[in-house]
Design a protein around this ligand. Structure first.
Ligand code: PMP
Length: 460
């Protein structure tokens, strides 16, 4: 193993850790986790954090290599964000946004509109990313219904991922996560993934191919389509599948031609992670509805939003007896603590030019990861900005048997080296916080590289 960050001080007693783990195993059901195997996975109890590092109950420190599921921006316990949340705590922790309003929610909406792609003017808050996606899907459907149009269909991409609630699952395209639920989902039309290319095919060629497919679907069914939904430039949960900007431009053009609104889901890509504030900036397009979440509150508290065009928003105005209200809203919508954290996050990002820094992080990642791409068993390294996926396959191009849990084994090896990673199947994901500095970044890549080599040596 390369340099390690493990220290052995100040942790909980072993006995307390064991008691906590035993209680977890008795009563807790973890997300995306095969509970039968979980006890053998050596559960880690996270107790505290500082900057880029998480500290476990035994006192060991681990570099947070996936930004706590793609959320942290400046790391953990950022004094400016901690202070903003504390100041808000001294005022009010929560008050509903249904029928009332508050300063952090108002201020944050202004900031979001100022930073959003042109034409997006109205901020509708939700909680988790999935709930923003639900709201966007309903907005698109209801907007059409209020114009007297029946548009019960959605168009989405193969390998797309938009969350785990049923509307979001309906527009998902990852069989492993979504196929089980198909009998209880909304009706959709799925087109191919622009990120999945046949050997040697260029990204632009694949983009053109899927755009033809999309045009066909919109020609046939466009008048019944409420919206097209895509993740911009990166299909993240599918294993960081990146695609060409021409695809996003083409989707915009196809939606315009068919008179269908475009939902761009920036929940994973937004807030600097791709090297621009929003990924769709790189294609120079504006959606009709944009969802955001994760990094907006910098890994502090759940907050998400849909930003809509004025045209969509105006369609919801009317007399009470016209019932054009958007009957949607979550209990903790626009939670003031989360809004305060988000405002502090955006202020810091401006002050420190974090988006430009993220661009630099991406370039450094590309350089540091280069030697790994020649290793037998490393099928492909995909990256946009800081979002990175290292796909492992047998050298003949076939996948490793799922039961081998190769990606997981790499993450366990990385953990032993002092870095927390989480795989997507056999894609090892590196998702450092946009504000990470060189030493931590190079540690992340060193440990990931060594862990990949170590595990592949047992597979080949
Ligand atoms: N959309 C995208 C593109 C995502 O990557 C995710 C989460 N990984 C979601 C939506 C769902 O967000 P949440 O988990 O906060 O519900």
């Amino acid at each position: 193993m390369p340099r390690t960050t493990v220290t052995d001080s100040g942790g909980m007693s072993d006995e307390r850790t064991q008691r906590l783990i035993a209680a977890d195993l008795r009563q807790v059901w973890h997300p995306f986790t095969q509970q039968q195997g979980w006890p053998a996975d050596d559960p880690l109890v996270i107790e505290s954090a500082q900057g880029m590092y998480l500290t476990a109950s035994d006192g060991r420190r681990y570099l947070d290599g996936v930004s706590s599921l793609w959320t942290t921006v400046h790391g953990h316990r950022v004094p400016e964000i901690d202070d903003a949340v504390r100041r808000q705590l001294d005022k009010v922790a929560h008050s509903t946004f249904l029928g009332l309003t508050h300063e952090p929610g108002i201020e944050l909406a202004a900031e979001l509109v100022a930073s959003a792609p042109a034409g997006l003017t109205r901020v509708f808050y939700a909680g988790d990313g999935s709930s923003a996606v639900e709201a966007a899907l309903k907005m698109a459907y209801q907007a059409a219904a209020q114009r007297g149009e029946n548009r019960p269909l959605y168009v989405h991409l193969e390998h797309g991922y938009h969350g785990d609630t049923l509307g979001a699952v309906s527009v998902g395209g990852i069989d492993l996560f979504h196929a089980t639920y198909r009998p209880i989902l909304l009706e959709t039309r799925q087109v191919g993934s622009p990120g999945e290319r046949a050997g040697g095919q260029s990204p632009a060629h694949r983009a053109a191919e899927v755009l033809i497919e999309l045009s066909g679907v919109l020609d046939r069914d466009g008048s019944r389509v409420a919206a097209v939904i895509v993740e911009p430039l990166v299909q993240a949960a599918a294993g960081i599948l990146t695609y060409d900007v021409s695809f996003l431009r083409g989707v915009r053009a196809a939606c315009d031609a068919a008179g269908v609104p475009l939902i761009v889901d920036e929940i994973a890509t937004g807030v600097g992670r791709t090297g621009t504030m929003w990924a769709c900036e790189q294609a120079g397009i504006s959606p009709d509805l944009m969802t955001l979440g994760k990094g907006i509150s910098a890994g502090y508290l759940p907050l998400s939003a849909v930003i809509a065009t004025e045209e969509i928003y105006q369609g919801f105005l009317g007399r009470y007896d016209q019932f054009r209200t958007l009957f949607h809203g979550h209990t903790y919508t626009a939670n003031p603590l989360a809004c305060a954290a988000s405002l502090a996050n955006l202020a810091l990002m401006r002050e420190r030019d974090t988006v430009r820094h993220a661009q630099w992080v991406g370039e450094e990642l590309g350089t540091l990861l280069k030697p790994l791409s020649d290793v037998s068993g490393v099928h492909e390294i995909r990256r946009l900005g800081t979002m990175t996926g290292i796909e492992l396959r047998s050298p003949d191009g076939s996948s490793f048997a799922p039961s081998l849990r190769t990606g997981f084994a790499v993450c366990q090896a990385a953990r032993a080296g002092g870095v927390i990673l989480r795989p997507l199947g056999d894609v090892v994901v590196l998702m450092p916080p946009p504000a990470i500095e060189y030493d931590d970044l190079s540690l992340l890549v060193d440990v990931a590289t060594e862990s990949v080599r170590e595990v592949l040596a047992t597979r080949l």
